[in-house]
Design a protein around this ligand. Structure first.
Ligand code: PGA
Length: 248
């Protein structure tokens, strides 16, 4: 996570099965590697657990970076079905998405669970990419600031002493809907996050990402948001041509 590089994080969610993910990578290996060769951008692919090691191996001789979509909040032990931050480290993950709204919603992850995951990741030197954002109802009731404050403060308290950290602001009403907030409103959330972050961890290097319905036609405009350090891309990251247009 260089100070001046822009992060393009591809969140494949559970959209591709094992074979499809492999085919997608094999078909676009050269393309992804080429995009990752640019000095001012980092390409971070986040496949599901099943294919993580294989994808990491496939790209090991390139600048493509591998990230996970979540990890266990526990240290290794009797936790059926969980995957430890330690394993992610051994596989070669440099980043891990934490607290995506789909996990908060479908897996009932709480700020407390997310805080523990952040601690596990930082113990292994993996950069947490924490997702925060309000629901449409909260947005309409003008509660964005309160929601962000709660989510971000809890994350940063768990990240004491962290050298690097990423926060992705993803309004839930913008994920997969085609709706995007205005650049000004994203910028004011970024300012709020920066203030909260530096009050809790003064020396942290923080990258602020935007996520939610990014596509090849709105990316150029979203890149103009003051202070933006990257994109978290869902749907459009599964189409190499669209992803390439977003990056270049
Ligand atoms: P989307 O998803 O780009 O498909 O809206 C973004 C995300 O959920 O991270």
């Amino acid at each position: 996570m260089g100070e001046h590089s822009f992060l393009y994080v591809a969140n494949w969610k559970m959209q591709l099965n094992y074979r499809q993910a492999l085919e997608f990578c094999q078909k676009n290996k050269e393309g992804f590697s080429k995009l990752a060769g640019a000095e001012d951008s980092e390409i971070i692919l986040c496949p599901s657990f099943d294919v993580l090691h294989t994808v990491a191996q496939l790209f090991k001789d390139s600048n493509v970076i591998i990230g996970a979509q979540t990890c266990s909040s526990h240290v290794p032990g009797a936790y059926t079905g969980e995957v430890s931050a330690q394993s992610l480290d051994q596989i070669g993950c440099r980043y891990c998405i934490v607290g995506h709204s789909e996990r908060r919603l479908y897996c009932t992850e709480t700020d407390q669970d997310i805080a523990h995951k952040i601690e596990r990741l930082l113990d292994r030197g993996i950069i947490p990419l924490v997702c925060v954002g309000e629901t449409r109802g909260q947005f309409e009731r003008k509660e964005t600031e309160t929601v962000i404050k709660r989510q971000v403060s809890s994350a940063f308290k768990a990240a004491q002493g962290a050298p690097q950290f990423c926060i992705a602001y993803e309004p839930i009403w913008a994920i997969g809907t085609g709706d995007v907030p205005t650049n000004d409103s994203v910028q004011s959330v970024f300012e709020q996050i920066n203030m909260l972050a530096h009050a809790i961890i003064p020396d942290v290097q923080i990258a602020l990402l935007y996520g939610g319905s990014i596509n090849d036609s709105n990316a150029a405009d979203l890149k103009k948001i003051q202070g933006i350090g990257g994109f978290l891309i869902g749907g459009a990251s599964l189409d190499f041509q669209k992803f390439e247009k977003i990056v270049t």
